[in-house]
Write a protein that binds this ligand. Sequence first.
Ligand SMILES: Cc1ncc(COP(=O)(O)O)c(C=O)c1O
Length: 404
Amino acid sequence: MDEKQDIKLKEISTWDENYYMACFGKRVPLVVDHGKGVYLYGTDGKKYMDMIGGIAVNTLGHGNGRLVRAISSQAKKVIHCCNYYYNEPQTLLAKKLVEMSFADKAFFANSGAEANEGAIKLARGYWYKKGTPKPKIITATMSFHGRTMATIAATGQEKFRIPFGPVTPGFEYVPYNNFEAIKKAADSETGAIMLELIQGESGVHPADFEYVQAVRKFCTQNNILLIIDEVQTGVGHTGTFFAYEQYGIQPDILTLAKGLAGGVPIGAVLANKMAATGFGPGDHGSTFGGNPLACAAGLAVLEEIESKGLLSNVMNVGAYVQKKLNSVGKKTKRIAEVRGKGLLIGIELESGSAADVKMKLFEKGYLVSSIGSNVIRIAPPLNISKFHVIKFISALQDVLEGKE
Ligand SMILES: Cc1ncc(COP(=O)(O)O)c(C=O)c1O
């Protein structure tokens, strides 16, 4: 790093410390300048392979032509107009998502937490309108559903909840992948069960196929709505557009966010006809949600995934990465388990600290995230090539073998 760049990092990190709330702890020492394809470029003049894609957000990588054109041409037309009026990108994106999925209706928000707030409200509103309020929602321990008051209440990890209580009541937590626990917790007050199909934030833990099938059946038999949180798994990261497609089920309500508009903030609640009746006029809304800019970006992302066949790329490259990671594990004896689907992958280390491995990879020009003490997570853009992942895996092997 030359002296000028070093000064830039010092300046920005000092201002960050002085002026930004201390939510993110010590950040990776990189000031991002711009991105192109699978790379982010720092003000240090170095390029970094973005293997975390803004935490499963940069679906098409950086500076994708179709996405940039869609955003800039929409910005020239109109960015925001509020929901008093119709706007074409919003309607087209809702239509497209409905046609691609189990859903009959869509609603747009601005983030994953906000989409989940909408899903929770929709489920409660549904039972209230039916005249049989059933406010209880069962979620899983170690789940993550967001940082707002209702979504920290839904999140089955005490550390996100306890300091901010009292949180929204009405949630009960049961161990993940344990159907008996769900049966035991469900009662006449239970209106919904809310699950992730891969618990991304707990260290990339996939749900078992039989578990999800059993939960779906149980919900149908007992008049309980099934909410699937696909904020992290949705938009192709697992190799199918929605992860639920790989479980042979259909939810009643599903949430999306992260990758849907390739980096422009958006969230979505999808619901079948029955569940969607939970909202009538005036029951829910959003000033920004569904604005033309975000929805035009969402449409461009969906078009690019379709026209470039990115889902099969995720399947192929994802299977290749998992295979190669397993052989790195055998060679180095440093990997306990490789988990995940498609390109949403958790690498649990046998020994050593995930934060150290993350920083060593950073020094070599690769960006990943570490979860807890021993998991490295990757969620790169869906259009990443084998050429790139080969370089990443070789860098990871060097780090695990302690090579400089
Ligand atoms: C499964 C899941 N749900 C909800 C959220 C919250 O999304 P956001 O940070 O956009 O509010 C996340 C974020 O990591 C997530 O992984």
